[in-house]
Design a protein around this ligand. Structure first.
Ligand SMILES: [Zn+2]
Length: 315
């Protein structure tokens, strides 16, 4: 057989049949997993192993072309159809967990198991009372989303906790208007405010510092979550706001910053300023969402303003 020949000229047996079989197995299983781009690449590896005029090579070229077309028409990130409702601590989560494998594994965590792991971490960091309280308050935030989604008759999963990072509720956001999505996003921080307010009342009644710490920490994290960027609740909420409404939001943030002296509002204002320049304006204004947004920010700000705790973004 001449060097470089790919098939025996007499019997036409393919020289690399074993390797070809492996490639086709891998490519087929990739295709089954909807991993069309990689399946295509796998098939491409087979081409140099086949005589270019063979029927197999012809078949693979057709296959590669079909996969290319299918990959183009498939949504690039089908998971994005699920709006991920992120808890106050979650932004870091998704950046770190960008790898889909890790995310998929995390999705499979049972609700109670994840809640337990999450609690254990805060328990070790802040002591039992703060740990349990803080996790419950994040749960309250997530239940705000959950209840609002279910109230609208949309399906949603129970919140999943990512230890050390936050929590989120998965829900089907397909065919839901920007205004609805914005309202669902704001329901989390609104519930967070209610939780923080209860803690503030408990602090007022008992004078116990752990209630003050819980109220402040919760208010702080919920405000942080209202920075209108990326997948934060604020980011989703701002999607529904017109340019004028974004200006109103900016002015409100600056006013809250001036009144409370809390730099958190400056951060939110920074995010809003950025959203003045992004080209993602909705077709219709949503004045109710703008009012809702400002109200939740002001309510959370009032908790921080009234609770004399140091350390959580307030001096
Ligand atoms: Zn949220």
């Amino acid at each position: 057989m001449p060097l470089g020949a790919l098939a025996c000229e007499k019997c036409q047996a393919l020289l690399y049949s074993e390797e070809l079989a492996r490639i086709s197995t891998r490519a087929n299983s990739l295709e089954e997993q909807d991993n069309l781009t990689q399946a295509r690449e796998e098939w491409l590896k087979a081409l140099p192993l086949l005589p270019p005029t063979s029927t197999q090579a012809e078949w693979i070229r057709g296959k590669v072309y079909k996969l290319e077309l299918a990959a183009k028409h498939a949504p690039a990130h089908p998971k994005n159809e699920w709006a991920k409702k992120l808890g106050p601590l979650a932004p870091v989560a998704i950046l770190l967990a960008k790898s889909k494998v890790l995310l998929t594994a995390l999705f499979k965590l049972k609700f109670l198991l994840s809640l337990g792991a999450f609690m254990a971490l805060y328990w070790s960091l802040y002591g039992a009372a703060f740990g349990v309280g803080f996790v419950l308050l994040i749960f309250v935030h997530e239940m705000g989303h959950y209840i609002d989604i279910r109230r609208r008759g949309l399906p949603a999963d129970m919140p999943v906790f990512l230890p050390g990072l936050g929590a989120y509720v998965r829900w089907q956001a397909l065919g839901v208007t920007r205004t609805t999505r914005a309202a669902v996003s704001l329901a989390g921080p609104l519930a967070g405010f209610l939780g923080a307010a209860v803690c503030a009342v408990m602090w007022y009644k008992t004078g116990s510092g752990v209630w003050a710490a819980l109220a402040s920490a919760t208010a702080w994290l919920n405000i942080l979550n209202l920075i209108p960027i990326w997948v934060l609740d604020g980011g989703q909420a701002a999607n529904a706001l017109s340019k004028t409404e974004r200006f109103v939001l900016l002015a409100s943030c600056l006013a809250l910053w001036a009144i409370t002296g809390n730099g958190l509002f400056f951060l939110v204002a920074g995010g809003v300023t950025y959203r003045l320049f992004t080209r993602d304006l909705p077709p219709m204004p949503s004045p109710k969402i703008a009012v809702y947004y400002v109200f939740v920010l002001a309510a959370l700000g009032s908790v921080l303003y009234l609770i004399p705790t140091q350390g959580f973004g307030q001096q």
